[in-house]
Design a protein around this ligand. Structure first.
Ligand SMILES: *Cc1c(COP(=O)(O)O)cnc(C)c1O
Length: 398
């Protein structure tokens, strides 16, 4: 038997994937399962984007490209930053990767040494702490609460900074909570980060999915000084329903982007040429499908939040963005159904799957066991029926 590397200690298949697999298996057996587990939009990739990819294939765009992306895509990204965020970048400050996730992975590989700490507000996207650890760094988790809208307070942020602190991750709107920071809050966070010489890692993948007129802001746009200390991560997966195409990107100081590109050159090389051409069309082409998707998400969010809050024992914060609701189910902990006791979020997720036929994701791997994550990237009929089933199942706990 070959011994695995020390790096693999504690790195296991995520609980999220385990529950998704169980839901899939039950569905295959013919059970009627409503899925609130999705981490991707349920809409199809818009037709104009698909056609750009077909054109790229037929036009022979099927070979290696520059590692950090074709100039046409870098220019479309530069244009997007100028238009949406009032940020000016040059081509050397942009890298295109195999999904936003890969850009973040490259970044932590490029900046971390053993002992370096990365501040991560909880609840967090499950991959951040693992990617920090794989980069040799140490995640430093800062808890936030539902009462403060899942946003990191300045006090908690300041208290988390040690002499080893190297970076802070801001994900607004957030996965899993949907919470988003206002421009003023971002400004205050940026000031503390600058004063302490921290790199700001701003994951803005849900930038375009905000509701009730909430205006998302890129923290890099606070000032030129802040921009020089920030790496912005974004991508086409969530905005254009393109998760399978694997195109994400980052913008930041050119020395960091160069290092990220070198890591990428020795691992995956360029992201798929065809997907890059599709992403050019996504960014430069018509944006109507995005506004349709956004308004559909807003209606479903409202229905889901209202429905969950009407269930005794369940409460949920109304998120400003993304397509998730993070519901507090801790009041039901300790209650029983037959001989099964709900002790935490994993038990609750398994109970809802087995007894109600609803797949949700436990909050535990996101850093807060009091909650479950429900995605409304599914039809309105499913939202209504799924919430009804949850209400019934929670009501049966004694
Ligand atoms: C989905 C997601 C990403 C990136 O997804 P890619 O498909 O790799 O671009 C990044 N951050 C968060 C928080 C996400 O939920």
């Amino acid at each position: 038997m070959i011994k695995l590397s020390g790096r693999m200690n504690g790195l296991e298949e995520s609980v999220t994937l385990a529950i998704t697999a169980k839901a899939r298996a039950l569905k295959a057996e013919g059970r009627d399962i409503i899925g609130f587990g999705a981490g991707e939009p349920d809409f199809d990739t818009p037709q104009n984007i698909k056609e750009a990819a077909i054109k790229a294939i037929n036009g022979g765009q099927t070979k290696y490209t520059p590692v950090g992306g074709i100039n046409e895509l870098k220019d479309a990204i530069i244009n997007k930053f100028r238009k949406d965020n009032n940020l000016a970048y040059s081509r050397e400050e942009i890298i295109v990767s195999c999904g936003g996730k890969h850009s973040i992975f490259n970044l932590f590989q490029a900046i971390l040494d053993p002992g370096d700490e990365v501040i991560i507000p909880a609840p967090y996207w499950v991959s951040y702490p693992v990617m920090v650890a794989l980069g040799g760094g140490t995640p430093r988790i800062v808890n936030t609460s539902e009462a403060e809208g899942f946003r990191m307070s300045l006090k908690a942020f300041k208290e988390s900074i040690t002499p080893n602190a190297k970076a802070v991750v801001i994900n607004s709107p957030s996965n899993p909570t949907g919470a988003a920071y206002t421009a003023d809050e971002l400004k205050a966070i940026a000031e503390v980060a600058l004063k302490n010489n921290l790199l700001i890692v701003s994951d803005e993948i849900y930038e375009k999915l905000a509701y009730d007129g909430f205006k998302t802001t890129s923290i890099a746009s606070v000032s030129d000084e802040v921009k020089r200390s920030t790496v912005v991560l974004n991508g086409v997966s969530k905005t254009y329903s393109m998760t399978g195409w694997r195109i994400g990107y980052a913008a930041g100081p050119k020395e960091i982007v160069k290092a990220m590109t070198n890591i990428q050159s020795q691992s995956t090389s360029n992201p798929a040429s065809i997907s890059q051409w599709a992403a050019v069309e996504a960014l430069n082409g018509p944006q109507e499908s995005l506004s349709k998707m956004r308004s559909e998400f807003e209606k479903r969010r409202n229905a889901m939040v209202d429905g969950l809050n009407a269930i005794v024992g369940v409460s949920c914060f109304k998120p400003q963005g993304a397509f998730y609701v993070f519901a507090n189910v801790s009041k039901t902990y300790g209650r029983k159904f037959k001989d099964r006791t709900i002790k935490g979020s994993v038990d609750m997720a398994n109970y809802l799957l087995d007894e109600a036929g609803v797949a949700v994701v436990p909050g535990e791997p996101f850093g807060d066991d009091s909650f479950i994550r429900l995605s409304y990237a599914t039809s309105m009929d499913n939202v209504v029926e799924g919430v009804k089933r949850i209400g019934k199942a929670v009501g049966e706990l004694k």
